[in-house]
Design a protein around this ligand. Structure first.
Ligand code: KQY
Length: 373
């Protein structure tokens, strides 16, 4: 069990650190559901195992796996990955895991948002999601970290922070009535201030075209460090993504961060456009109540969906025509880190990418206190 705290992180002197700050480790969940992952999730499991192995080179990695898949997952994962039995509805640890916050003394705590499968019964991706809803609490219990229960629906992929007072979000996602229909923009900002410890929220418009999360920021743009953002970009004017990225670029150009600075914005070329193939669609077993996938539909492919590990970047390889250029840009953006590419089309077919399937636990001086303080 983990201790649930009253109050809020900001009131208690906690803030969400940037992903580029030091980590104690990273958590993932194992892909299993055949209505989202083709061929009984086997190709996705290979891809997830490769991501886990890549991250484990840089920091401790824990994989949550259902009892049914436990032995098979252990056989695919490298020995240095910790495997724990954990029920879940799907495997998007970024969204169902805790958002960790730290204070000046190095104490780490976790925020447990309400989760409704990216839209609940009004456009969500599956039902039920009760096991996903328990994941953050279980991770915090395993880590010995105290928990704040936030009173809003939110996902880790819907927020990025610079760790220095600024949050980056999209209107498409946070203002979607299928998340928190009674909350205004101002009320949502107040919740982000309280639970992330930020003072400035930068609102972009829409997310990546056809992103089934309803426009998560983590597929569109992220902080590289305070004062610096990278943004998914296409020069193809007829591609609907062009207007989306252009609008984001203009908003970022006009924005100021929590310290009043202008942001430096680097454009990361987009792969594709990429589409779901007939053969891939055939391998998915449709289930009533889950989002159907159709051959020919556009995939929300973006290199921005990478994971920042201690001394490393784990990036998705998605398109042989653009992978190298994206990797070069990332190397320039993160000079102190080794860029490792993992073939990630199978993850993309499930609706997200490497950032969406990972969740970091920041380094602290007291991450495992017995009283979960
Ligand atoms: O963008 C993310 N953080 C998660 C993607 C979820 C896709 C669900 N099929």
């Amino acid at each position: 069990m983990t201790r649930t705290l009253q109050g809020t992180p900001a009131a208690d002197g906690f803030r969400m650190p940037g992903e580029f700050e030091s980590h104690a480790g990273c958590w993932m969940l194992w892909p299993e559901r055949p209505d989202n992952w083709r061929e009984a999730a086997r190709p996705a499991q290979t891809a997830f195992a490769q991501v886990a192995a890549a991250i484990a080179q840089f920091e401790p990695l824990t994989m949550g796996v259902s009892g049914t898949h436990y032995a098979a997952a252990c056989a695919l994962l490298p020995a240095d990955v910790r495997v724990v039995e954990m029920a879940h509805d799907d495997c998007w640890m970024r969204d169902v895991g805790p958002t960790c916050v730290v204070n000046r003394r190095g104490t780490v705590r976790g925020v447990d948002w309400h989760f409704n499968a990216w839209g609940g019964l009004a456009g969500g991706l599956y039902f039920p999601w009760d096991q996903d809803e328990l994941v953050a609490r279980k991770v915090l219990a395993c880590e010995g970290l105290a928990r704040y229960r936030a009173p809003i629906v939110n996902e880790g992929g819907a927020i990025h922070v610079d760790g220095a007072g600024t949050a980056l979000v999209t209107e498409e996602c946070l203002l979607n009535p299928n998340r928190n229909p009674t909350l205004t923009r101002a009320a949502l900002e107040a919740q982000l201030r309280a639970y992330l410890g930020v003072t400035q929220v930068i609102w972009l418009g829409r997310g990546v075209v056809n992103d089934e999360t309803g426009g998560h920021i983590d597929n569109l743009a992220c902080f590289v460090r305070p004062g610096e953002v990278c943004l998914t970009w296409t020069d193809r004017r007829r591609d609907p993504q062009h207007a989306v990225s252009r609008d984001a670029w203009e908003r970022l150009r006009d924005a100021r961060d929590a310290r009043g600075r202008r942001l430096k914005v680097t454009r990361l070329p987009m792969p594709g456009p990429l589409f779901l193939r007939e053969r891939e669609a055939r391998g998915i077993v449709p289930l009533e109540g889950s989002r159907a996938r159709r051959a020919g539909e556009r995939l929300a492919a973006s290199y921005v969906n990478f994971y920042i590990a201690n001394r490393g970047i784990v990036m998705p390889l998605l398109d042989a025509r653009t992978d190298r250029l994206a990797a070069q840009r990332l190397k320039r953006l993160f000079p102190g880190r080794r860029v490792v590419g993992v073939p990630a089309r199978e993850i993309l077919l499930g609706g997200g990418n490497i950032h969406c399937i990972t969740q970091q636990v920041p380094a602290g001086t007291r991450t495992r206190s017995p009283s979960a303080s």
